[in-house]
Design a protein around this ligand. Structure first.
Ligand SMILES: Nc1ncnc2c1ncn2[C@@H]1O[C@H](COP(=O)(O)OP(=O)(O)OP(=O)(O)O)[C@@H](O)[C@H]1O
Ligand SMILES: [Mg+2]
Length: 310
């Protein structure tokens, strides 16, 4: 087990920032912590790295308590904090080297590791540049290079894509996938459900310090998916096709409007093939088929009655 938290509570005076949270992260996964502002994501991360004391419960990293193995644990974790933590008056290369030394990298390998890290985030050709000349996305990427220079077993990224352009965002998501492929376990926090959906294998949805749901994205969507919905655009509706579709077993309703046929079926009915066959056998030309998929946003909305977005 890479991380296990058991009944963890963190209070700031009256405010319960983390309310009895238990979770586990196993080796090799990209674990997503999804929740809106103030959910408790950063507090959880700070507890994992021993920056914030817990009020009660237990946190173990690599099956060990942090306090007793602080040095070993910290050497094997890479943290990319929510607030960008780089030095404006050091070059990109000097920044990464600084963090490399902090993580205890030996002198003889540091140069190579800095090169690897900068290459990894696509900033090697900018190594001599001071970050004050960087765009927001480049600063974020440098922040990542600083957190992974020592090739840690566990990489924790706290909302690494906030406020950056789409290109940097894609580059970051791609590099997280690559880190994971090379063997690192990833903990990723975000309030963008699209990102979590895109890269995470296992997800916890939090709100107000509590875990609302957990599972793979399919499992989470299964929580709300009560029906399948398919919209078929056709050239021309004829031969009472809607009534014929409606007679198929597992179809609960079928309506037509402006040559768009909307078919609602029972959950997991897997009847798309039969519907399409039926329509084309009637000589109706299909222009497009759209299968409506539930999103994590919808899961959150269903669980909390609120939207994930600010
Ligand atoms: N040092 C602190 N002192 C007092 N309250 C705090 C402190 N740090 C966090 N909190 C409170 O704890 C709760 C959880 O905050 P946290 O930063 O963990 O949320 P988050 O999920 O990371 O949010 P965001 O998406 O905005 O980063 C919030 O209500 C916040 O105001
Ligand atoms: Mg946060």
């Amino acid at each position: 087990m890479i991380l296990s938290m058991k009944d963890v509570v963190k209070k700031y005076d009256q405010l319960v920032a983390v309310d009895n949270v238990s979770l586990e992260v196993t080796e090799g996964e990209i674990f997503g912590l999804l929740g809106p502002n103030g959910a408790g994501k950063t507090t959880i991360i700070n507890m994992i790295i021993g920056l914030t004391k817990i009020n009660s419960g237990e946190v173990k990293i690599f099956n060990k308590e942090i306090k007793k193995n602080e040095k070993e644990v910290k050497m094997n974790i890479g943290i990319v904090p929510q607030e960008i933590a780089i030095f404006e008056d050091l070059t990109a290369e000097e920044n990464v080297a600084y963090f490399g030394k902090l993580y205890g990298l030996k002198r003889n390998i540091i140069k190579q590791e800095v090169e690897d890290a900068l290459n990894f985030v696509g900033l090697w050709d900018k190594r001599k540049v001071f970050p004050k000349k960087f765009s927001g996305g480049m600063k974020r990427r440098l922040n990542i290079a600083c957190g992974i220079v020592h090739k840690p077993k566990l990489v924790i990224l706290d909302e690494p894509t906030v406020g950056i352009d789409a290109q940097s965002r894609n580059l970051i998501l791609e590099s997280i996938r690559e880190l994971n492929k090379r063997g690192a376990t990833i903990i990723y926090t975000s309030h963008y459900m699209e990102e979590v959906e895109e890269i995470c294998s296992d997800i916890v949805i939090m709100d107000h310090g509590r875990i609302m749901a957990r599972g793979s994205k399919e499992e989470l969507k299964g929580l709300i998916k009560e029906e399948d919905r398919v919209v078929i655009s056709v050239e021309e509706v004829k031969n009472s096709i809607t009534q014929k579709i409606e007679k198929l077993s597992s179809v609960t309703s079928c309506i037509e409007e402006n040559s768009e046929i909307t078919i609602v079926s029972e959950k997991n009915s897997d009847n798309l093939g039969r519907i399409i066959d039926l329509v084309s056998n009637e000589g109706i030309k299909i222009l497009s088929v759209e299968v409506e998929k539930p999103t994590l946003e919808k899961v959150f909305l269903t669980l909390t009655g609120r939207s994930l977005r600010d």
